[in-house]
Design a protein around this ligand. Sequence first.
Ligand code: NDP
Length: 446
Amino acid sequence: MADFDLIVIGAGSGGVRAARIAAGHGAKVAIAEEHKVGGTCVIRGCVPKKLLVYGAHFAEDLEDAAMFGWDVPTKRFDWPVLRDNVLAEVSRLEAAYTETLTNHQVEIFHERAEMTGPTEVTLASGKKLSAGKILIATGARPLMPEVEGIEHAISSNEVFHLERMPKRIVIAGGGYIANEFAGIFHQFGAHVTLVNRSDTLLRGYDQQLVDRLLQISIRKGIDYKFNTTFERIERRDDGSLKLVMKGSDDIEADEVLFAVGRRPNVEALGCAAAGVEVGDKGEIKVDDDNRTSAASVFAVGDVTDRVQLTPVAIREGQAFADTFFGNIPCKVDYGCIPSAVFSHPPLAGVGMTEGQARNKLGSIKVYTSDFRAMKNVLAGRNERSLYKLVVDATSDEIVGIHMIGPDAPEILQAAAIAVKARLKKADFAATVALHPTMAEELVLMR
Ligand code: NDP
């Protein structure tokens, strides 16, 4: 008899969901976590980031307030207040996640775990646990490239704990994290320079939307350096940084944040001992049942490097638990995953971009609405939104929706249902507009 039916390694989004659901199906479950319960999303990712995005947005809202008749005599941003409130909320959520696990009789081991066989885990304390199945849900961590002086740089792990708001920050990368934090730091008053190795930002997003974000951000004062890489990072005696670049002049900064992708956490996990195959990028290889090359070992979430998004990890954890402990076989559908970049303004998309649809379908129709949100008009804010519907010209099905503008992610979540349900452009046109909203543009495009 094994000690547990299931041992989960890693208490992030995927691991917690799998543990809770498997336990709900009657399995005896343990979970091992060396850091905090909640994982990247709750502790040092989506959740604290979104709270900073809210905090950052006040900069523009307070500025715009005057045109709406509000006299805001003094504006002063206090970073430690926001930082500490965000960290307190993270602690509250960590406790809530822990409670959920405990309420489901999941035994939590707050220590590092390593597989010492296909059905055996050894904890840092030396304790050995056996299980019918092991689930690897160890997530990923920021990639810090080999650059001289990289120890002076921070990653998205440290960014939530900064002692003070930097006056000048350089952000390396052109993906989600780089663009989100460029907006956040800019709104908090820092001078932001975004440095990218290529001239492509947010690869995979619709090019027209990315161009719009770039145009708006440049007008706001964010600097961009494309086709530029880091040669060396030097810390001066006064604490400031000198960044020696290839492709541009040196840059003076107070902080440098690297956001150049994330790598699966597989080190010292015991993959070889368990017979678990690891791919070229360090990802754990799994089949569509989340099973690794070892029959008793499964993996979900970022460690598998399929789609590095929290809701996907949660779905994978749920599917694993339902399939193997609830007798409800199910697989994750990776089609039509909506995603968003919480930049300023945010952008969001689902389905095929215009370029992807053109390549795949050949004959498409693209509808666009390029407008200034009512609120921005009155505020005198010259920032235009852009919505796009990508339609299969043969079937009239909407195969992609892409938007940049205020609340785009909130609107897109609902619109994504239509793409998933393969609704047609005619269904959108037949829907009465809800006036006055920004979302009504979706049913008014002609
Ligand atoms: P991304 O994968 O989004 O972007 C990585 C960026 O770094 C790209 O611009 C890439 O350039 C560049 N890059 C990659 N390797 C190097 C290198 N060695 N040196 C210099 N530049 C490099 O990574 P992030 O770190 O921003 O985010 C990691 C993941 O976390 C995302 O993929 C996403 O899945 C998830 N995430 C999701 C969020 C959301 O849903 N809103 C928010 C934050 C993170 P190139 O394009 O040329 O390869």
